[in-house]
Each structure stands twice: as structure tokens, then as C-alpha cells.
Design a protein around this ligand. Sequence first.
Ligand code: GRF
Length: 210
Amino acid sequence: MRPIRLGVLASGRGSNLQAIIAAIEANKLDATIAVVVSNKQDAVALERAQRHGIKGIFLNPKSVVGEPDPRMAYDQKILEVLIEHDIQLVLLAGYMKIVTSVLIDAYRWRMMNIHPSLLPSFPGLNAQQQALDAGVKVSGCTVHFVTEGVDEGPIILQASVPVNESDTVASLSARILEQEHQLFPRAVQLFAEGRLSVEGKKAKRLENAS
Ligand code: GRF
């Protein structure tokens, strides 16, 4: 089986990107990262890509200022990069921009996001703080397909962690992050094996590889 070609969009430290790289290097993931794209020039994710011989591209959001719809124009630029690199699956790995229909339509059920809560609880920013504020006793992370609603698409995999009385955002985030690093590569591997399908609002896991 040929490894699937991944395109990763990342804005920050890129620890999830690193987990994907590690899974590939350990032969646990039948994939190759063809390109990493960032909207932040100083994203650590770009450094990580470089360190592993992966092409990293900074696309400056300022380059679309003045366009009739800058967000869509920006996504169009990303799309061009993804097509140019023959990308089969797009991963949002700490990508801090809301993607538009330009990318969502082109990569319907072929774009995944990782979010640090058990969706549908606590979508959007500061999910760990939201969990602490709500006093939940369990939280976790979710990998889902990206749709128009922020953090709303079909859920592929989830992992839970306990929330302790003494938790801070930092301690809870660290506990969740450990799970994120396991979960994202697993979700990508399911995709690579052709074992994911979407029916209505639900993502389903097929038992047999296609
Ligand atoms: C993670 O917590 C992820 O769930 C969220 O943004 C964070 C990214 O972290 N979407 P990193 O850049 O992968 O280290």
C-alpha cells in the first residue's frame, strides 16, 4: 500500500505534528507528510518540519489583505499548495484560523482537526479552561472531520482523562495533550486503511480495510 500524502496546517508549537512525524518514523503510520503550511512565520511547527526534512511553507495572511474576501482568498492559496503537493488528507494540528468553505468543500471528509475537549462539550477557544469552569470530572480530546461549524464535524475518535480538583489549565492541558499525541496518529491510520466513512452526522469505523 502506498503511504497517504498528508498536508499539515499548524500555527504554533506543533507537538501534534511531532507526534505524527514520530508515528511515521516508527512505521506505525502508513503516511508521509508532503507539506506543512503555517500562517505564522515563527511557528515552531515549521522548525520541526525542517528538522525532519519536511517541506514547510509560511503563507503570509497579509498577502490577501484588500481581496474582496480575504479569508477565502487565503484558503485558496493554501488549496493551491495542497493540490500542488498531491495531498490526500489535511490535518489541522493547532491551526488557529477558522477554515472556509474553500478548503472544506475541496477536502470534505478528508480534513481532520484535533480539539482538546470531549466534543460536543467545550468547542472553540480555551477548551480546558471551559472544562474547569464547568466543573466536569472527565475531559479529553477529540479528532473529528472538519465541517462548516467550528469543532462540529463527525467525531472520529475520542480519549478521556480525569479532571482533578487541584487541576490548573496547564496541568489539565498536559494530561490531555498526552492523549492527543496517541489519538491523532490512530485516526490518521484509520483513514489510511480506508476504514472511515461518514453517514449523516456520524463517522463510522469499518472493520475491514477497503
Ligand atoms: C492542541 O491542544 C490541539 O488540540 C489544539 O491546539 C493545540 C495544538 O498544540 N487544536 P500543538 O501545536 O500541536 O502542540
